[in-house]
Design a protein around this ligand. Structure first.
Ligand code: SAH
Ligand code: SF4
Ligand code: F3S
Length: 439
């Protein structure tokens, strides 16, 4: 179809959404639409997140503003909030179309149909059958972030039902892509110049459990063995399903990033149980020990929630102690946000916001102290890095990430972007590492 219509995609939420937005962009380009050079465009796609109320509020504010500014534009909402409040988006916020999270590869067709017949069904539901179009080799030539990097979704959905979490309700049950298809896809990506891959799933460690496919550690090993890759990352790991097999595969494959994201959520067994996380602090400790024993110099990052219903001062202290004991390299910290439909929503949200904020502030300070100390320990060590961009502070410096996924700055130019170097870490300024290229 020939069209001069332009589009803008606005993405909120996690890497799944970033990856889906790439698919949507490709699909819209294939259908003949043009990517707008500015915000102004004929079609707006909001790819949304529902994980916390704040994420939804931000998206709603953007949508409302866009609707009032561009009265004739087509506004489509995709992603998790589209799944959660589809009807409201159309009736209250003037959205033209809502598209469930599994329709991303087809968005070009959906919008084309809408242009042809605006009376069509406005609710394009969740249908996860069409895997093939998600593993699209053309994506190798297409990126609006790092041109050598690709997110590769290995599983969709989640059935863990952590008490606070909306994801299982908006993304549906666990569905693993066939391993052979993933390996063929990664091979094609590498043949087309992709050098860094991140395997994605809400809980990658459960890969294959739904379909009887190979377990995650075998998939990781197979992808890591493909020639031509500089770096292989995987997120997210769930402590209840993490195991030593993954660590042995990491240790045997230097191409796998020395970086594990292992969300702890709380340092208190009582809270972990109330959250339905299905592990104890003792088990989590054992895993951390195993990581440091089997994969030397591996960074560990985590997610932490404060103010879960019933969290006492003592529980919170245990979270602080866990951060100090575990010495996380990084922790993403959140105030508990009640999500309608989750089991925790039925519990009274007893902790007032100012108390949640107080705990969050203390936690952030503790996390910062610990992570700075961890960064400091890297000084004088040697590591591989991939250069990502020119430094924001200086034209003669470039920023990249180490094999532990720490940001690092070295001297360099635009020609270094996408290249892999071995560097020695020489200093820490603020929370940024500085390095020098080894001869
Ligand atoms: N699948 C991943 C990520 C889920 S969402 C995992 O299992 O870890 C990312 C993070 O958001 C979670 O780890 C959790 O710390 C946080 N989160 C999820 N729901 C939340 C809620 N209702 N309130 C506050 N934080 C939440
Ligand atoms: Fe949410 Fe838990 Fe699933 Fe992660 S594992 S997506 S926190 S239900
Ligand atoms: Fe948000 Fe959906 Fe991802 S709720 S965190 S965009 S899976």
């Amino acid at each position: 179809m020939k069209t001069h219509k332009t589009f803008t995609i606005i993405t909120f939420g996690c890497q799944m959404n970033k990856s889906d937005s790439e698919l949507m962009e490709l699909s819209l380009l294939k259908s003949g639409f043009h990517k707008s050079d500015s915000y102004h465009s004929d079609i707006f796609i909001f790819n949304t997140c529902s994980v916390r109320k704040h994420a939804e509020d931000r998206a709603i504010a953007h949508i409302t503003e866009t609707r009032s500014k561009y009265k004739d534009a087509i506004i489509a909402v995709a992603g998790c909030m589209a799944q959660r409040i589809a009807h409201e988006l159309v009736t209250e916020f003037g959205v033209n179309l809502v598209v469930g999270p599994y329709q991303s590869p087809d968005i070009g067709n959906i919008i084309s149909h809408y242009l042809y017949n605006s009376a069509m069904n406005k609710y394009i539901s969740q249908n996860a059958d069409d895997f093939a179009s998600r593993l699209d080799n053309e994506l190798a030539h297409h990126s609006d972030e790092l041109p050598w990097h690709k997110w590769v979704t290995i599983s969709h959905g989640c059935e863990n039902y952590c008490a606070y979490c909306i994801v299982p309700y908006v993304r549906g049950k666990l569905i693993s892509f066939p391993s052979q298809q993933i390996i063929d896809y990664c091979t094609a990506l590498i043949d087309n110049g992709i050098r860094e891959i991140t395997l994605l799933g809400q809980n990658v460690n459960q890969y294959g459990q739904d379909s009887g496919d190979i377990p995650f550690y075998k998939l990781l090993d197979k992808v890591a063995s493909l020639c031509g890759l500089y770096k292989l990352n995987f997120i997210t790991s769930h402590p209840k399903d993490f195991n030593d097999n993954i660590l042995h595969v990491m240790n045997n494959n230097p191409v796998i990033a020395r970086s594990i994201h292992l969300p702890l959520q709380s340092g208190s067994d009582a809270v972990l149980q109330a959250m339905n996380r299905q592990y104890t602090m003792k088990q989590y400790f054992t895993t951390i020990d195993a990581i440091h024993t089997i994969v030397p110099h591996c960074s560990v990052s985590t997610d932490l929630i404060v103010g879960f219903p019933g969290e006492t001062d003592k529980d919170f202290e245990m979270t602080l102690n866990a951060v100090k004991t575990m010495q996380f390299d990084e922790a993403f910290t959140y105030k508990y946000s009640p999500r309608e439909g989750t089991s925790a929503y039925l519990l009274p949200d007893t902790i007032p916001d100012n108390e949640k904020q107080r705990r969050l502030d203390i936690l952030i300070t503790t996390v910062r102290e610990v992570s700075l100390k961890q960064l400091h320990n890297h000084i004088n060590s040697t590591t591989d890095m991939i250069v990502e961009r020119i430094s924001k502070k200086s034209e003669s410096e470039v920023m990249g990430k180490t094999i532990c996924n720490h940001p690092i700055i070295i001297k360099g130019t635009i020609d270094d972007i996408g290249k892999k170097y071995t560097v020695t870490i020489v200093s820490l300024k603020g929370s940024t590492l500085y390095g020098e290229r080894s001869a």
